[in-house]
Design a protein around this ligand. Structure first.
Ligand code: ADP
Length: 177
């Protein structure tokens, strides 16, 4: 599914983010930037050790913030590492932190002059954020950002499962109807 908002396309696809050819891909990292399972492990495996070398130099990233490194051997030139919240019960600032993680990632992309960026579904794996809620927070943040900031041609969500793609599709339909 695709929607055009101003001069930016928002695209939802099912797939593996490590093979994306956008200028940057976003990693759902942890605050130590230490690598791990899920999409984080997949990105470091596919991109090789240069990404971790830069992560070590940066040292860490608080929840809701984002940092940028090389894409190493990936097709994407950069990896933007952001740290989403661990979901507890929804009353611990999770939504604001998740939105901030998307916003800070988009800000970094624009600051670097990038035109195209791909996101995974941040926080909805090991961090336990319910995907129906997370998809609305993610897409509403992206839409608000691109209404207020020029420069991005494409914001793509690369979802790993049919269930995730369905949740994001419903959320985008709801937000644009
Ligand atoms: P978090 O710790 O932020 O929850 P996870 O990596 O555990 O991060 O999960 C985030 C999402 O990334 C999950 O929906 C998971 O299915 C998905 N995912 C895992 N591997 C990939 C991949 N190669 N490409 C895109 N999404 C992926």
């Amino acid at each position: 599914m695709e929607k055009r908002i101003g001069s930016t396309t928002v695209s939802l696809v099912r797939g593996d983010i490590t093979v994306e050819e956008t200028d940057a891909i976003v990693n759902a990292a942890n605050s130590r930037l230490a690598g791990g399972g899920g999409v984080d492990g997949a990105i470091h495996r596919a991109g090789g050790p240069r990404i971790m070398e830069e992560c070590r130099k940066i040292g860490g990233c608080p929840t809701g913030n984002a940092v940028i490194t090389t894409g190493g051997g990936l097709k994407a030139r950069y990896v933007i590492h952001t740290v989403g919240p661990v979901y507890r019960d929804g009353s611990h600032g999770e939504e604001e932190l998740l939105k901030k993680a998307y916003r800070e990632s988009l800000k970094l992309a624009v600051k670097k002059g990038l035109k195209t960026v791909s996101f995974p579904s941040i926080s909805t794996g090991a961090y336990g954020y319910p995907v129906e809620k997370a998809s609305e927070a993610a897409l509403s943040t992206v839409m608000e950002f691109i209404k207020n900031n020029k420069g991005l041609d494409l914001v793509k969500f690369v979802l790993f499962s049919d269930r995730d793609l369905t949740a994001y599709t419903r959320a985008l339909e709801k937000l644009t109807s």
